[in-house]
Write a protein that binds this ligand. Structure first.
Ligand code: HEC
Length: 127
């Protein structure tokens, strides 16, 4: 009896996907809002809130804040596209800004966080 090939019925799940992420296609094409919320909490939440007027060391993403001249003069209109570019590499997108975040490597991370921020801002009708 030759060796039978391993059954394809149960592919190993990627190590970075733990409980809390509900979508099975976390690295596929589906937006994963739970993951976006978790990423925002863990990667952005140190410095940002999604609460209007509540500035930490970074601005509440919805209110006035003492931006660096680099940030002010960038005149970026935030949209899903510009925020995605910014989050890929904040330093390269707006040189001289003071946001200490090295940028996301994975497209799916960017997409999920941007989707979360957008959903929050629409829910609060502040954009
Ligand atoms: C270490 C603190 C820190 C972290 C972590 C951080 N930010 Fe920031 N962020 C800042 C600061 C400070 C600024 C203002 C930069 C300036 O004025 O030069 C900023 C600016 C921004 C802006 C521009 C806001 C505006 O109104 O123009 C966006 C959007 C933003 N951050 C999103 C994010 C997201 C999303 C994450 C998580 C992936 C994140 N940031 C992580 C500190 C941080």
């Amino acid at each position: 009896m030759p060796m039978s090939p391993p059954s394809p019925s149960s592919p190993p799940s990627p190590p970075h996907e733990q409980s809390g992420a509900r979508s099975p296609a976390a690295d596929g094409s589906e937006i994963n809002m739970a993951k976006g919320a978790r990423l925002f909490r863990t990667r952005c939440g140190l410095c940002h809130t999604v609460t209007p007027g509540c500035n930490k060391s970074g601005p509440s993403l919805w209110q006035g804040y003492a931006y660096t001249p680099a940030m002010k003069s960038s005149k970026v209109l935030w949209s899903e596209d510009t925020m995605a570019e910014f989050l890929r590499s904040p330093k390269r997108y707006i040189p001289g800004n003071k946001m200490v975040f090295q940028g996301f490597q994975r497209d799916s991370d960017i997409r999920d966080v941007v989707a979360y921020v957008k959903a929050e801002s629409e829910r609060k009708k502040l954009f």
